[in-house]
Design a binder for this molecule. Structure first.
Ligand code: AMP
Ligand code: GLY
Length: 426
């Protein structure tokens, strides 16, 4: 089959790399793609907002499956436009993508379905939000309702900071996304990510991961899109995964179906592992970036066939197989990130992919025949091994084979598990 992949980051490079290995794949197209994706796909210039142009392209190239990488086109209804034309698509409808597109929508669904999550209040004005603060204790968790590129969450230590953050949100800091706000109870615990594929009714667990959101060593400093990740997440034991499936994922998929908005695609649950069990922090309606990179390193089998089965509501026959090894990825970012990153810095990948390592392109470009940085997160340097400690060592050995003078990375990705492995070995 011919597949069209939409997106341009490290997540999409990992998907392209895996799709290219699919026995069921004939031709892979990517829009817009990036220099890494171009090694596996023909990159085409399609505007993701132009649904009619994408439909036309699918007809011209006999595309059997469209894979949507990022959330924005899903929230904007691209999957609906494709399904209307009987083109199979991996990704939810706009109505189902509200699980990521509106935090208030998801909280209301959790309340109705009895899904464990933080207590909350929705507020549609600054006055309402300020009044609601009295019902919470510090630290205050404040969230812009809509899509804010991962930046819409503020955790305020005291009431003054909370009021300032709320005024900023309603003042337009996150545009339309902040026209409504969710205030939540603070949950303490360790975070983990859990992935499931859903075809509207059937649900397939699809692996776990942990990422490092803060820019600095020891998980300090400003939030980023993710500075590194590893999969599986051993903190999500088989028993906890079973609870997550039964208490969180299944009631969500069942409620969406009962409401007439069946969820198809990958459902990514951000979880807090609290003393009272796993609780939902948030949903995403697409793979995590860079969590996808580590999942794809472990996945065996035909990704295109799995995704097509998901799009066609035929998941019941699918048995995905993941290597038990750990995959770990280190994000190399351009200096300045998560603020304004330095663009155009030279990159020499050299022999970085020796020893089974894989370098996914997240934000690169080719200029005058040479590879340069072209974004905040630039490279995802990824390795696998039987232990987290060994996977970490291999990933950093690959990082050290790369020349990228205007780049930087954290040196401690995976530290929690490395520490646990060290203690277990004592
Ligand atoms: P989100 O974009 O909803 O994943 O939130 C970003 C980050 O804020 C999460 O990864 C958590 O670290 C933190 N966070 C969000 N909601 C809560 C909460 N209710 N309690 C504690 N931390 C939270
Ligand atoms: N790495 C977090 C995300 O993709 O949302």
């Amino acid at each position: 089959m011919n597949v069209l992949l939409l997106g341009s980051g490290g997540r999409e490079h990992a998907l392209a790399w895996k799709l290219a290995q699919s026995p069921s794949l004939s031709s892979l197209y990517a829009a817009p793609g990036n220099p890494g994706i171009a090694e596996h796909a023909e990159c085409v210039a399609l505007e993701v907002e132009d649904h009619a142009a994408i439909v036309r392209f699918c007809r011209e190239r006999d595309i059997a499956l469209v894979v949507v990488g990022p959330e924005a086109p899903l929230v904007a209804g691209l999957a609906d436009a494709l399904r209307q034309e009987a083109i199979a698509v991996f990704g939810p409808s706009a109505a189902a993508a509200r699980l990521e597109g509106s935090k208030g929508f998801t909280k209301d669904l959790c309340a109705r379905a009895g899904i464990p999550t933080a207590g909350y209040v929705r507020a549609a004005s600054l006055d309402e939000a300020r009044a609601a603060l009295a019902r919470f204790e510090p630290p205050y968790v404040l969230k812009a309702d809509g899509l804010a590129a991962g930046k819409g969450v503020v955790i305020a230590d005291d009431i003054e900071a909370a009021e300032i953050a709320l005024a900023d949100m309603f003042g337009g800091q996150f545009g339309e996304a902040g026209a409504e706000v969710v205030i939540e109870e603070y949950m303490a615990g360790e975070e983990a990510s859990f992935f499931a594929l859903a075809d509207g009714s059937f649900i397939l667990p699809f692996g776990s991961a942990q990422d490092h959101k803060r820019v600095g060593a020891g998980d300090t400093g400003p939030n980023t899109g993710g500075m590194g990740a590893y999969s599986p997440a051993p903190v999500l034991t088989p028993e906890l995964e079973e609870r997550v499936m039964e208490e969180i994922i299944r009631p969500t998929v069942e409620t969406m179906a009962a409401d007439g908005h069946p969820y198809t695609g990958v459902l990514y649950a951000g979880l807090m592992l609290t003393g009272a069990g796993p609780k939902l922090i948030e949903y995403n309606c697409r793979f995590g970036d860079p969590e996808c990179q580590v999942l794809m390193m472990r996945l065996r089998g035909d990704l295109a066939a799995i995704m097509l089965a998901c799009a066609r509501a035929e998941l019941a026959g699918v048995r995905p197989d993941f290597s038990p090894d750990t995959a770990l990825t280190v994000v190399m970012a351009a200096k300045g990130y998560p603020g304004t990153p330095e663009k155009g810095g030279a990159i020499d990948l050299g022999e970085s992919e020796a020893d089974g390592a894989k370098v996914f392109h997240a934000g690169t470009a080719v200029k005058d025949g040479a590879l340069v940085a072209n974004g905040g997160r630039v490279l995802n340097v990824t390795a696998t091994a039987p232990s987290v400690t060994e996977a970490q060592a291999r990933a950093y050995a690959a990082v050290d084979r790369i020349s990228f003078p205007t780049g930087f990375c954290r040196r401690d990705i995976g530290w929690r598990e490395v520490e646990r492995e060290r203690r277990a070995g004592e």
